[in-house]
Structure formats: structure tokens, C-alpha cells
Design a protein around this ligand. Structure first.
Ligand code: PLP
Length: 304
């Protein structure tokens, strides 16, 4: 989806014009997927802009880097400040998406990147909805989710997304809005860029980290909010057919926020429209990101 290109990119500690933010063709990460990144959102509220769970995203970025032996020269605090500065220098006041990335640069050729430079970039730009509709029709992907035995899903690594791309393109070409991937054991894992929740008899279930998921920050937020709404949520293995006979199913993610799934493999979920629990969770999530939930003021960081 096209975006409004930002004026400035934070690149290796300096702000450079978009047109000058360039990397060599032989950048290691371009060839081998050796990058780790984050996706954050900022929301306008009361004349300010609020970044949602900024420190948690930067912590996950550092953890992703650790899995791949990357030792960033910037601290979490410096990267956190750089995110805020990137929003400020681009004078962003509307809903925005923020993409920090740490990647292996050019230092020669070959897999062993020891001694190659790490590069750092942050892009921030105005951004609306990820899905063009509030209710999705999805399929179970014929592609399996990558596993901890190959390319660990717990690292938000650029190379991991080739698995999501295969799955997403197949789903779209077959007339669905997105896909749900099963883990290597055949249990439900997650969407192409979203975690998944099932609602049955007033309780919620979601696959655990052992099901090859990326532990989403929205997922964590929703688990907190559901407890406050007195909806019990359990992390456990979820079988494919549980989706077909669920009362409600929904996706969570920074980009996707809380989005209802109303059809899985051409089977209507519940009454075929967004369910009550999904709506309550979605509303309380939107309140939290706007800084309107007094219990979760610490989840938002003002930019200005
Ligand atoms: C594969 C995958 N799973 C889950 C998520 C949801 O994570 P979060 O809620 O932290 O955005 C994302 C998005 O980052 C993702 O790419």
C-alpha cells in the first residue's frame, strides 16, 4: 500500500532526507534477511501524539537483535528517543506508523557477517487502517508457520516475513482477506502479521509462544484488557476446527489493531458479523491507545 513519504529518515544516528537515505546493493540484509525490526503506531490525542507501548517495542527489537548476535551500538534509551525525534522532525501530528530497523550492512559477501557494519534506520509516516474493512474473511494457509527449529518466530526478523508473504499472496489470490497459519504440529499459530484469539462460551483462547507465534504487544495489551473486562483468557493449543465452531474470532496487531474475523475457510463464524466480545475488546483497546484509560497511562508516550 503506498504511503506518504516522510521528509527525513533517521539513518545511523543522523537525520537525512528521504532521497538521500540509501544503502549499498550488496547490503547483507537485502540478500540474506539479516535484519530485525519493529512496527509501532502513534495516535493523535488532545492536540498531542501518543506512541503506543514504545519501550516494549524497543525491548522486543533488542531481544530480536540478541537472537541473531547483533549488538546494537545504540542503547534502548537512545533508540526510544530517536523514534520520538523522528516523529518530531517530520512534524507528524496524525495517526502514524513507525518502522525502526537494525540490519547487517555491506562488508563483503557470504553468510558470516562478523566484522560487517550494523546499520540503523527509523522511518515514520502518516498511516491509517491496515485492513480496508472491519470484518475479515480468512483461510487456513497451505503454508506452515516457520518454527523455532528453523527461523525463530520470536525474533521479528526481516527474513521471517517471506513465510508471511507466501501465505498472504495465496490468500489474496484465492479471494480471502488474509490467512491463518498452522504451526509445524498442525495447531493454529497466527495470521501473516497478526496474533489470533478465539471466543467460545464467553471465554477467550489464544495460542501460546510454543505455537510459533511472535509474542505480540497488542496481544499482551488485549490479554490485560480482557481481564479488566472480566473475560477469562487462556493461552493454549488451538485446533483448526475450533475456529470453525467458535462464537467469535479476531486478529490483534499493531497494524491490524483488533479486527474481527467473520469467516474461516468459507464457514461463517458465529452470526457472521463482529461479535460482542470482539467489539468490547476493540473499544477498550482504542481507548487505551488514545491515552483515555487511566489504568494504562504508562502504555502511551507523548511526542510533543
Ligand atoms: C507475524 C506477526 N505476528 C504478530 C504480530 C502482532 O504483533 P504486535 O501486536 O506487537 O504488533 C505481528 C506484527 O508485528 C507480526 O508480524
Amino acid at each position: 500500500m503506498p504511503i506518504e513519504e516522510p521528509e527525513y529518515i533517521w539513518l545511523d544516528g543522523k537525520f537525512v532526507k528521504w532521497s538521500e537515505a540509501k544503502v549499498p546493493v550488496l547490503t547483507h540484509a537485502l540478500h540474506y534477511g539479516t535484519g530485525v525490526f519493529e512496527g509501532l503506531r502513534a495516535y493523535p490525542s488532545d492536540g498531542n501524539l501518543l506512541v503506543f507501548r514504545l519501550e516494549d517495542h524497543i525491548r522486543r527489537l533488542m531481544n530480536s537483535a540478541k537472537i541473531y548476535f547483533m549488538e546494537p551500538k545504540y542503547s534502548a534509551k537512545e533508540l526510544t528517543n530517536a523514534v520520538l525525534e523522528t516523529l518530531r522532525i517530520n512534524k507528524i501530528k496524525t495517526s502514524a506508523y513507525i518502522r525502526p530497523i537494525i540490519f547487517v550492512g555491506y562488508g563483503g559477501i557470504g553468510l558470516n557477517w562478523t566484522g560487517f557494519p550494523l546499520q540503523y534506520a527509523i522511518a515514520a509516516f502518516p498511516y491509517g487502517k491496515y485492513f480496508d474493512k472491519p470484518e475479515l474473511k480468512v483461510c487456513i494457509s497451505s503454508w506452515r508457520r516457520i518454527s523455532d527449529q528453523s527461523t525463530p518466530p520470536q525474533a521479528k526478523a526481516t527474513g521471517n516475513y517471506i513465510n508471511s508473504v507466501l501465505s498472504k499472496l495465496d490468500a489474496l489470490r484465492n479471494g480471502y482477506d488474509d490467512a491463518v497459519l498452522l504451526d509445524q504440529r498442525g495447531y493454529v499459530s497466527e495470521g501473516t502479521g497478526e496474533n489470533i484469539f478465539v471466543v467460545k462460551n464467553g471465554r477467550m483462547y489464544t495460542p501460546s509462544p510454543a505455537s510459533s507465534i511472535l509474542e505480540g504487544i497488542t496481544r499482551d495489551s488485549v490479554m490485560h484488557l480482557s481481564k479488566e473486562l472480566e473475560v477469562q483468557v487462556t493461552e493454549r493449543d488451538v485446533a483448526r476446527t475450533e475456529l470453525y465452531i467458535a462464537d467469535e474470532v479476531f486478529f490483534t496487531g499493531t497494524a491490524a489493531e483488533v479486527t474481527a474475523i467473520i469467516e474461516v475457510d468459507r464457514r461463517a463464524i458465529g452470526n457472521g458479523s463482529m461479535g460482542k466480545v470482539t467489539k468490547r475488546i476493540r473499544d477498550s483497546y482504542l481507548k487505551a491507545v488514545l491515552g483515555e484509560d487511566s489504568r494504562h497511562k504508562d502504555w502511551v508516550t507523548p511526542v510533543y
